[in-house]
Design a protein around this ligand. Structure first.
Ligand SMILES: Cc1cc2nc3c(=O)[nH]c(=O)nc-3n(C[C@H](O)[C@H](O)[C@H](O)COP(=O)(O)O)c2cc1C
Length: 395
């Protein structure tokens, strides 16, 4: 792929990783891209690099525009290795003594990744750099999503280079929101649900801060996926809505696993009770769905109902896995309930309740456990539980 001129003298020189399916532990349906931006002015700056194994592709693209040795500034918006892994190759080519601009935490974190004694220029929040006709402003966005994260804003072009924020794991020749269309929102949603959800309060503060500063955006350029040029407000509004977690949709997700289908029978009966109450419900079996796909559904669900058989006095391992994962992502304002089949000791429901209560879910019911295979009466109890949860969602 050739470099794409996204505005006069500003190029996306990033690379596409078509086949990546597991991105630090969650699934990508469509690969991803590692975006990197070259700004050619009186001085030349490169914003972010790419994964180590793609560094030569990045350098090839840069060379189509300018000799890499002519790059005056290397800017690192984020230390994570999908953006910094190419730094050793790039610094070697552009000159080891070239200024490497990053946040103050960026300097600390980069030096914990790379032994090279680069010419670090740690930046203060709001610090500016003039490239000639353009001014770059650096905005610290600590913990969005790492301590080192920052944005780079080009005043004159009103372009925000937003690092991992507003990204999506999407690989394609379409580079812009208006070309790819609305389908991109499902990728942006999955990315938010799995990477940013836990920082929702910080996101709301950041959007408020940016609004107060009166920053305007002609384009938002994240480090993954497409660039927002037609409607940058669309992704900002979506982030605000997702971060508020008001969960106004009548939607429930039933997350479960099963060995002999008893817990599954319960899941489907609970689902039919919810459906009777007009709730949009999705039963999702953990060994069929990746935890990150389930989390995407959880993002805008009002209720999350978890089912597990009892196995060796505990939870089925995939259920523990999911509860650990969801707990870390800190979803807010959810209704919860637990269910499961058991043989003799039946600990699973209590264990799930403990976890959901620790996550401050509003419990709809003490939970339902059924011994071995659910009979007709047990199935009715499950449907009843679905209705109880449905009424709570409606009420
Ligand atoms: C290897 C194994 C270990 C089990 N351990 C327990 C246990 O410690 N306590 C219990 O109540 N039931 C235990 N059971 C019984 C299951 O919970 C029971 O068969 C249940 O109906 C399975 O539900 P499922 O069909 O949804 O998998 C165990 C079952 C298996 C296969």
């Amino acid at each position: 792929m050739k470099p794409v001129e996204i505005a006069k003298g500003i190029y996306d020189v990033g690379v596409t990783d078509w086949n990546i399916r597991d991105f630090h532990g969650y699934s990508t349906h469509m690969g991803t891209s590692y975006n990197s931006f070259l700004i050619v002015d009186e001085k030349i700056a490169l914003i972010d690099t790419v994964k180590k194994e793609f560094a030569d592709q990045l350098l090839d693209k840069i060379s189509q525009i300018a000799d890499p040795k002519k790059i005056d500034y290397m800017i690192s918006n984020h230390t994570e290795m999908d953006h910094s892994g190419g730094l050793p190759r790039v610094m070697h080519r552009i000159g080891e003594d070239k200024p490497l601009l990053c946040s103050q935490m960026g300097e600390k974190n980069l030096s914990r990744h790379f032994p090279q004694k680069w010419n670090y220029h740690p930046l203060k929040n709001g610090e500016e750099l003039t490239l000639g006709s353009r001014t770059l402003t650096f905005l610290e966005t600590r913990m969005l999503h790492w301590p080192d994260s920052m944005f780079t804003y080009v005043k004159e072009d009103k372009i925000l280079f937003s690092s991992d924020a507003f990204g999506q794991h999407y690989a394609g020749y379409e580079k812009f929101d208006d070309v790819v269309g609305h389908v991109i929102m499902s990728h942006a949603k999955k990315y938010f649900a799995n990477i940013l959800l836990l920082y929702s309060p910080l996101i709301l503060k950041l959007v408020e801060k940016i609004t107060k500063m009166g920053l305007e955006f002609n384009m938002i350029c994240p480090d993954h996926g497409i660039l927002w040029r037609k409607d940058p407000g669309k992704i900002i509004n979506a982030y605000v809505e997702w971060s508020k977690q008001e969960n106004t949709r009548k939607k429930a997700v039933i997350v479960y696993d099963t060995m002999w289908h008893s817990t599954e029978t319960m899941a489907h009966a609970i689902a039919s009770g919810l459906a009777e109450e007009g709730v949009n419900v999705r039963p999702m079996k953990l060994r069929e769905w990746h935890r990150s796909d389930i989390m995407t559904e959880v993002l805008d669900a009002k209720a999350v109902i978890i089912g597990s058989p009892t196995l060796n006095n505990g939870l089925f391992p995939t259920v523990s896995d999911f509860l650990t994962y969801m707990k870390g992502l800190k979803p807010l304002n959810k209704i919860g309930a637990a269910f499961g089949s058991y043989g003799w000791s039946g600990e699973s429901v209590k264990l799930i309740n403990n976890e959901l209560e620790a996550m401050k879910f509003e419990m709809a019911d003490p939970g339902l456990k059924i011994q071995y295979v659910p009979d007709k009466a047990a199935v009715e109890k499950c449907t009843e539980l679905g209705k109880i949860i449905g009424k709570k969602i409606n009420g």
